[in-house]
Design a protein around this ligand. Structure first.
Ligand SMILES: [Fe+2]
Ligand SMILES: [Fe+2]
Length: 253
């Protein structure tokens, strides 16, 4: 049985609900909140390009190939919400950019980490344990995915720790896990955090101080454009995946 939502879509903008600590389980972007985010995040389209992260047609084709289907999400009624397909798709765009910054050419294994990371969310709140549930979902559905890299035991170990601990503060991640896997955990946390400009509270926007991966900091202005401009297209009626793909092409041109 699916959990019952608390306050769902109401006439009150998300940023007001956040201010009043009244955010519900289901959080859907609204125009007032997006306008509020633009003002409070210092949004501008006038952002310097970073040539080294420019996307090729091949990058866009790979992104499209790796986007999750609606059926992969636990809550089909949450696909349009703050941790639904728009967020997951953008974290994958962010991951391509991060990998380019790091000189990682074969980024497909990293894209798969982002595809998986929020698939088992039950709600748009903290939802402790959704990372572990996502890993367990993968294990139970291993045969649905045929990517070559999934045959590597070393990769599967990275997939397990990044998906499981993507939501966990560093001080709560087991020290032996961090000792072995901190770099890849940093990478996944960065790609995830770069999409925090959709959050309805300024304190929750991405903060470089908490982004261990230094190389990702320069991507913040581009990530802000990606989040805000794709959300705007969706509010104007564009299909979510199409909106993210179109915005990625524009921002990472
Ligand atoms: Fe998450
Ligand atoms: Fe996420």
């Amino acid at each position: 049985m699916e959990p019952k939502d608390t306050i769902s879509k109401t006439d009150t903008p998300l940023y007001v609900l956040a201010e009043n600590r009244e955010l519900g389980d289901l959080q859907l972007m609204d125009k007032e909140t997006l306008d509020w985010i633009k003002v409070n995040s210092g949004y501008t389209q006038d952002v310097p390009r970073i040539p080294e992260v420019a996307f090729t047609e091949n990058d866009i084709a790979t992104l499209i190939e790796f986007l999750p289907a609606d059926e992969e999400f636990l809550r089909h009624d949450h696909i349009n919400a703050l941790h639904g397909i728009s967020h997951v798709s953008r974290t994958m765009v962010n991951m391509i950019a991060v990998c380019k910054r790091l000189g990682i050419e074969d980024y497909k294994p990293y894209l798969f980490m982002m595809r998986l990371h929020d698939l088992r969310r039950e709600n748009d709140k903290g939802d402790t344990g959704h990372g572990l549930r996502a890993w367990e979902y993968f294990v139970a559905n291993r045969n649905a995915y045929s990517y070559e890299f999934l045959n590597s035991a070393e990769y599967l170990e990275q997939l397990e720790v990044t998906v499981t601990y993507h939501e966990t503060n560093y001080e709560d991640i087991p020290s032996e896990v961090l000792a072995k896997h901190q770099r890849v955990i940093d990478i996944v946390k960065a790609a995830d955090a770069l999409d925090r400009y959709r959050m309805p509270k300024a304190r929750w926007f991405p903060n470089p101080e908490f982004m261990a991966l230094q190389e990702a900091h320069a991507l913040l202005p581009l990530a802000k454009r990606l989040t805000i401009e794709s959300e705007e297209l969706v509010l104007n009626g564009q299909d979510i995946r199409t909106a993210v793909i179109n915005t990625a092409k524009k921002v990472y041109s």
